[in-house]
Write a protein that binds this ligand. Structure first.
Ligand code: PMP
Length: 466
């Protein structure tokens, strides 16, 4: 912990864990453990490594939560935050502005596809998605299309933890015990080729998804649908890479029907796929709005945002409505410290990290793919520096392992012993390390993952459940 006079002095790790257990509500707790949970303590980070409460060094397999893109302990980023806080730590965004946010907006717009030109900064990804949805509502109200408010989302989606953004979430456990604005949401299928019907080609699967989308628009009526929100690659849903052409075809249907296409790039932007934005550079689409967060500061400061098309802003300006206000803003909109560190982070990305990510991507994907040799592994899939190992009970039927096996958690526990932090997702393990990872470090990561999966297979065999 920070100590008066400078420096860091850590409490004994048992004390920290005990304090948390008595006073901290952790995110995503179960009712049975809320406010009384024990989680692994992380004490420090350096490059692609973190150190746990016992002093054990681990590869940070998920890069925090898909966010520590340039790696931990970058002195240049820490210094920028210090310098900016000494220059200007905060200003009210209601009626004043600061320099870092204007410069950052211009730099971000320079990387964005199509006519995306203006950035609204938020505090993270949920508030970015929320801002985009409220913008859609405002846009349609100003244009007099007050019925055009429904939002299309998909199974497997994750878009946040605020009320409206969370209402879009498509994974059952995110919604089972939580309410949502269901009357505003229409759910479509996840574009998950692994789960297509047996015997169906990926091209036919793609046609089916596009037909479902088109039929839904026809059935409900385009005059009632305001937006489609989608992650170009569904991240928390298990790194679902959509079939080739799918996003471009959905984009066209949206354009033809005056439905805003909102690409949620909270995970994919700022380098995860080797580019600042994946929409244009990887998938060849130009959304109406892109949301981003996480990698924009590599997790050094909570910042997110949305980048909006010039055409939409022009439509609003043309309405010349005297009182209509986009009554939406956050105390920390355009935070100067966040925007300053994002600028320094973008410097690092542009000056080597993006190129490195593109260079090691084929090796990263190929090495992980070798894990398909293990009989518990149904598929290894991914794109850029994000990948998912999906475990199945039976490889031919792709039968998922029963939820209560918690295979992902078992693999994570073994990998933790061996020196790798994994992101477990029920029967899946997600890998999205810092973009600075080297080939040798990829070898270490995959070697540990292989051993962790092998040990899990031994456990399951011993228990007679697999
Ligand atoms: N969108 C996507 C695609 C995400 O993966 C996440 C977070 N994992 C969010 C939105 C929400 O971001 P945050 O947790 O910063 O609010």
């Amino acid at each position: 912990m920070w100590k008066a006079g400078g420096g860091i002095e850590m409490l004994p790790s048992e004390d920290t864990v005990d304090l948390a257990k008595r006073h901290l509500v952790q995110p995503w707790p179960t009712a049975g453990e809320i406010g009384a949970e024990t989680r692994s303590l992380i004490g420090s980070g350096d490059g692609i490594y973190i150190t746990d409460g016992d002093g054990k060094r681990l590869i940070d397999g998920p890069a925090g939560m898909w966010c520590v893109n340039v790696g931990h302990r970058r002195e240049e980023l820490a210094r920028v935050m210090y310098d900016q806080a000494m220059q200007l730590s905060y200003n009210t965004p209601w009626y004043t502005m600061n320099e870092p946010s204007a410069v950052l907006a211009e730099r971000i717009a320079g990387h964005a596809p199509g006519d995306l030109s203006h950035v609204f900064f938020t505090t993270g990804g949920s508030s970015a998605v929320e801002s985009a949805l409220r913008f859609m509502q405002f846009y349609n109200n100003v244009r007099g299309r007050t019925e055009k408010k429904l939002i299309l989302s998909r199974g497997g989606a994750y878009h946040g933890s605020t009320y409206l953004s969370a209402s879009l979430n498509g994974r059952p456990r995110d919604r089972d015990w939580m309410d949502g604005a269901d009357e505003l949401i229409v759910k479509l299928s996840s574009p998950d080729p692994f789960r297509r019907l047996a015997g169906m080609s990926v091209a036919a699967f793609c046609d089916r998804l596009v037909a479902e989308f088109a039929e839904t628009v026809k059935r409900i009526g385009a005059d009632r649908i305001g937006a489609f929100v989608g992650e170009p690659v569904q991240a928390s849903g298990g790194v679902i890479v959509p079939p080739e052409g799918y996003l471009r075809r959905i984009r066209k249907i949206c354009r033809d029907n005056d439905i805003l296409f909102i690409a949620d790039e909270v995970v994919t932007a700022f380098g995860r796929l080797g580019h600042v934005f994946a929409s244009g550079d990887v998938f060849g689409i130009d959304p109406d709005i892109i949301t981003f967060a996480k990698g924009v500061t590599s997790g050094y400061f909570p910042l997110g945002g949305m980048i909006v098309s010039e055409r939409l802003l022009e439509d609003l300006r043309r309405s010349n409505h005297p009182t209509a206000m986009y009554a939406h803003g956050l105390t920390y909109t355009s935070h100067p410290v966040g925007c300053a560190v994002a600028l320094a982070n973008l410097d690092l990305l542009e000056n080597g990290v993006l190129a490195h990510a593109r260079e090691v991507t084929p090796y990263f994907q190929a090495q992980l793919k070798t894990l398909e040799e293990l009989p518990l592994v149904g598929e290894v899939r991914g794109v850029g520096l994000m990948a998912c190992v999906e475990c199945v009970a039976d490889r031919d039927s792709k039968d998922p392992l029963e939820l209560d096996r918690n295979v992902g958690q078992r693999i994570d526990a073994h990998c933790h012993d061996l020196g790798l932090l994994v992101r477990p997702l029920i029967n899946m393990c997600v890998m999205s390390p810092p973009l600075t990872i080297t080939r040798e470090q990829i070898d270490d990561m995959v070697g540990i993952l292989r051993e962790g999966i092998s040990r899990t297979m031994d456990d399951l065999r011993k228990e007679g459940v697999w």
